[in-house]
Ligand binder design. Sequence first.
Ligand code: NDP
Ligand code: X2W
Length: 339
Amino acid sequence: MLKVAIIGATGYTGRELAGILARHPHVQPTYLTSESFAGQRLSDVYPQFRSVVDVTLEKPDMDKVAECDFIFSALPHGLSVDTVPQLVSTGKKVVDLSGDFRLKDGGLYADWYGYEHNQPQLLANSVYGLPEVNRQQIKKADLVANPGCYPTSVLLALKPLLAEGVVDPQDIIVDAKSGVSGAGRSPKLPFHFPECTENFKAYKVAGHQHTPEIEQELAAVAKEQVLVTFTPHLVPMIRGILSTIYLRTSGKLSETEIWSLFEKHYGDEPFIRLLKAPALPETKFVSGSNFCDISLRLEERTGRLIVLSAIDNLMKGAASQAVQNMNLMMGWPEETGLK
Ligand SMILES: NC(=O)C1=CN([C@@H]2O[C@H](COP(=O)(O)OP(=O)(O)OC[C@H]3O[C@@H](n4cnc5c(N)ncnc54)[C@H](OP(=O)(O)O)[C@@H]3O)[C@@H](O)[C@H]2O)C=CC1
Ligand SMILES: CC(=O)N[C@@H](CCC(=O)OP(=O)(O)O)C(=O)O
């Protein structure tokens, strides 16, 4: 069994990682870090881990991290940019779940994340960890930037259409809804139960940090500039993302022909499930899994194509996708420990 470190194991994604790794046949969660709970066991913080992961949490010590075979970092963005370089310098492979190594243009961090990025070399070397797009590069990577939760749901829904050039890349509208666990475990007023329950609201309209990430990765697929209007919403449920995406097609393809493009791109993908009409994606049916469920409708009356996708933000949107990336980086079958 290989030893795995989780930096930030007490957060929601760190917790999911610990659970997946505890069931993985080739690794064990060995070195788990926390600032606030150091000295306690993970199973004290999350009692579901009693007699499953009883590892004592420690403040990060790079010598101990270096004794592990693989490293996950699940710290907030803005903090990872300082910590990940130290993790990479251990010489071990790293998957970072934050947004700090996803944008190739480091200058974008000031506008979208509110800090100046000071690691241009690592930014250039990191590989964007969406296996359905970058599988071959991920296999060779030392640092994988695990995608954001919303971008995962959007990029998987749009990859076949942008790759085939059958939609207008300048006219894409994403209407996405997320459960509250997307905001992490640290208490913040908008996510306090009385504030968000019995409520449904948009947030960060025309300014969400995932917008440049979505545009960057779609442009890489389309091989031209892509513009996206992205509006996220908060739904009073714990987990899950549903994205509804509106597109303009050339008008030449039928729904069946568009569907066949999805089958061409995703026929062999282990974690994409294409739902034929009348089925539509629902967050409940991907909860706790690494699946992304996708469906589409061509509205002939308006000529709009509507694509829908559902993921679990903590799983395909974060922890299980990170393990999918680890499997690729370590040369194991991609589905190991995930199905
Ligand atoms: N939640 C989600 O759906 C998704 C999250 N992500 C990204 O993954 C990363 C982890 O997310 P998530 O698990 O939700 O976050 P949480 O807020 O739940 O957890 C953050 C972790 O970092 C630790 N930490 C260490 N130093 C600090 C600090 N100064 N401030 C706050 N926390 C600190 C926290 O706890 P401790 O104090 O014990 O050390 C905890 O272990 C983030 O970058 C997030 O943006 C990506 C995709 C989806
Ligand atoms: C509901 C909610 O607040 N969701 C988070 C998504 C966080 C995420 O995916 O993390 P990264 O910032 O690492 O990409 C948000 O909108 O910021």
